[in-house]
Design a binder for this molecule. Structure first.
Ligand SMILES: Nc1ncnc2c1ncn2[C@@H]1O[C@H](COP(=O)(O)OP(=O)(O)OP(=O)(O)O)[C@@H](O)[C@H]1O
Ligand SMILES: [Mg+2]
Length: 179
């Protein structure tokens, strides 16, 4: 049997605070890539936690969650799938672990200030944290370790959604991940 085309799989990994815009950007990016007929799998924190509902928010639980998802992303990438992953993934070491598993890892730092995330409060979680109903919340009483050398930085307070997606696509084109 002849071999298929060379794999063009890669992993776009969006990291940032809750409400920073990861899922919104992932969705918009996937729409563009799907329109181009490319094989995509979207992995999202909320969906994964729905599948593994016992996943907690301690450092150990968060790290395990990211390792589990990262391994899956790397296997999909290996088979030529474009993976768009949106996870808070607050710890640098866990993100770098996933980077190490993947061949082509594009870390996108969705950089939105905590003030803006609190203002958006898409899920009402910042209010709950302020009211003391939840603790260990990333950026408030739990750490978020900013990426030091991400491939792409998206400042959502400065760029529109459309420009943000263009910036990611531009990176992928410049680095010959897509045509
Ligand atoms: N430039 C932008 N890019 C992305 N989202 C933006 C932008 N400007 C405003 N927003 C808004 O910010 C919100 C981001 O919410 P979203 O659910 O995508 O965050 P998230 O990072 O996935 O959070 P979580 O970690 O809690 O899942 C949305 O309401 C979105 O419309
Ligand atoms: Mg999300």
């Amino acid at each position: 049997m002849s071999k298929g085309k060379a794999s063009k799989g890669f992993v776009v990994w969006l990291t940032g605070l809750s409400g920073s815009g990861k899922s919104t950007l992932a969705q918009a990016l996937c729409e563009k890539l799907e329109a181009a007929g490319l094989p995509i799998e979207r992995l999202d924190g909320d969906v994964m936690r729905g599948v593994f509902p016992n996943t907690g928010f301690t450092k150990a639980a968060r790290d395990e969650h990211i390792r589990r998802v990262g391994f899956m992303a790397s296997r999909l990438e290996h088979h030529g799938v474009i993976v768009v992953a949106s996870f808070i993934s607050p710890y640098r070491e866990a993100r770098d672990f996933v980077r190490g598993l993947c061949k082509n890892f594009v870390e996108v730092y969705v950089k939105t200030s905590i003030e803006e995330c609190r203002r958006r409060d898409v899920k009402g979680l910042y209010k709950k944290a302020a009211d003391g109903q939840i603790s260990g919340f990333t950026g408030l009483d739990d750490p978020y370790e900013e990426p030091l050398t991400p491939e792409v930085v998206i400042e959502t307070e400065k760029l529109t959604l459309e420009k943000s997606v263009d910036k990611m696509l531009q990176y992928l084109k410049e680095h010959r991940r897509i045509d």
